[in-house]
Design a protein around this ligand. Structure first.
Ligand SMILES: *Cc1c(COP(=O)(O)O)cnc(C)c1O
Length: 493
């Protein structure tokens, strides 16, 4: 038996590379990262290719190590993962909600993985949990929540929204027999993660009232109140309302204070989805526009959007600690370490997860190394770039949506000769988007607003600056001219 153990031990030791191998592998990985970062300014924001990563399948996982080592694997990554499709690290990413990828976050993730501290449970990972809770208290402060509020670092905004739904369901005591009479409220423009979350939370049968929006795509608070009153008269159970603080579609901020008052009057759980817009509260203008967020019962924010982190970090903040606890607390004999007075709250008691990635470090490290100031400046810059784009695109003869609340602008081009034909105008703009994205340097996305296909300018990457916006403006003008020629709309227009 001992011989066998030794035999397996020898093989298992391969999992612990020697210092020299670590050195070599790390050097090549870091070099590859450097190569990518140095080339980023000239790299495409989007690469359309036909095989879309499929060659990865020709290199299956096998019993034996890759004979060519890390060099070959980097080549595989480079060609098949880091090339095709959208390049979210690019400042030319102006579609959907742009991402980021702060370098110091990557180093935070590196350290978190090397040390592998247990960030789920305070008694065994006290430092890691303290760091995560300190970050949550920092955010409580930013959003005007009391220090007694709790929260959790999630994988993203969708999970944070799901946790808000669950906390609301349990703290409003919605039992299975009540579900069909229960009502939730959100605007027509609310994020689709709520529709998903309600189903996951066992609330498939509850009634969802999509409250109408005004000309700026903000929820009409009066209609919310009227609907709640009607539902109450009908014997229904209104229990949960969502306001968006920056819709994904157009960046609109619902009337946060008005909705707060209505929720308080009628006893609803008030959730603010600030996944996209939340961190604009660090700016002067954003602070005013987000007034009322402090009145919410819970808030969702996404550092992997508004703080430019690499993907994988959302946050839920909840004022009533018991609410998250009721839904998520449990214990088992194999977690024998008893909590002591003065312990920090443990993430595993406030979220569906137990063992989890130590996500705090990827936020803490860049915040500590940079300070908050450059984050604030970057967000101010994004607001101004959106204003600038709005003014310039309007001057270029495009039809624009409402003035931006935050950093999203909607616009489309309406050639005069086909102005009365909605289908043709829609098609023109779809082709315009394709033509812009085919150039590669800029990636934009579109949406549909009142049946009109509309282009979106969504500015949130820390690598997007004035030159990027000017390049988009130039490209749009060029492509419109080319398309009009192709459509033979030149003279008529
Ligand atoms: C992005 C977004 C979400 C979802 O967040 P993920 O991090 O993508 O899961 C929810 N709400 C709004 C308003 C968003 O913009």
């Amino acid at each position: 038996m001992i011989e066998k153990i030794r035999y397996f031990e020898k093989l298992a030791e391969l999992l612990e590379p020697k210092a020299k191998d670590r050195d070599d592998t790390r050097r090549r990985v870091v070099e590859y990262g450097e190569q990518f970062l140095k080339g980023l300014k000239n790299a495409n924001a989007y690469n359309a290719i036909s095989d879309r990563g499929a060659p990865l399948l020709d290199s299956p996982i096998s019993e034996e190590a890759e004979p060519a080592g890390i060099g070959e694997l980097i080549e595989l990554l480079k060609k098949n993962v880091d090339f095709p499709g959208l390049n979210p690290a690019s400042g030319g990413h102006l579609g959907y909600i742009p991402g980021g990828g702060l370098y110091y976050s990557a180093l935070g993730d590196y350290l978190a993985a090397v040390f592998n501290r247990y960030a789920a449970f305070f008694p065994i990972g006290p430092g890691a949990v303290t760091m995560e809770n300190m970050l949550i208290r920092w955010m409580n402060d930013i959003f005007g929540f009391p220090q007694s509020a709790v929260g959790n670092l999630t994988t993203g905004g969708s999970l944070a929204n799901l946790m808000a739904i669950v906390a609301a369901r349990d703290s409003k005591n919605i039992h299975s027999g009540d579900v069909a009479r229960s009502v939730v409220y959100m605007s027509e423009q609310a994020h689709h993660s709520f529709a998903k979350g309600l189903r996951i939370a066992g609330l498939r049968e509850c009634k969802v009232r999509r409250i109408r929006v005004d000309g700026r795509y903000r929820m009409i608070a009066d209609e919310l109140e009227r609907q709640i009153e009607m539902d109450k008269e009908d014997g229904l159970l209104p229990f949960f309302a969502v306001a968006s603080a920056g819709t994904t579609n157009v960046g609109a901020i619902d009337p946060l204070e008005g909705i707060a008052t209505i929720c308080r009057t009628h006893g609803l759980w008030y959730h603010v989805d600030a996944a996209y817009g939340g961190f604009f509260i660090l700016t002067e203008d954003g602070k005013k526009k987000l007034r009322g967020v402090e009145l919410a019962d819970s808030v969702t924010v996404d550092p992997h959007k508004g703080l430019f982190l690499p993907y994988g970090l959302g946050v839920i903040l909840v004022k009533d600690k018991n609410a998250l606890n009721t839904s998520h607390f449990d214990r088992a004999p194999y977690m024998a370490t008893p909590p002591a007075p003065g312990d920090e709250p443990s993430p595993c008691d406030l979220s569906p997860e137990l063992t989890k990635h130590f996500r705090g470090l990827r936020l803490w490290l860049p915040l500590k190394l940079h300070g908050v100031k450059p984050f604030r400046a970057c967000l101010e810059e994004k607001l101004l770039l959106a204003k600038y784009f709005y003014g310039e695109i309007k001057k270029s003869g495009f039809e624009v949506g409402p003035e931006p609340d935050l950093s999203i602008v909607t616009y489309r081009y309406v050639p005069e000769a086909i102005a009365d034909d909605l289908d043709k105008v829609n098609k023109f703009n779809e082709e315009l988007l394709e033509a812009v994205n085919d150039c590669g340097k800029i990636f934009i996305s579109g949406t549909t607003l009142e049946k009109k296909y509309t282009l979106r300018f969504a500015c949130l990457s820390f690598r997007t600056h004035l030159e990027t916006v000017d390049l988009l403006l130039e490209t749009l003008k060029d492509k419109v001219a080319i398309l009009k020629k192709a459509y033979c709309l030149d003279k008529a227009d």
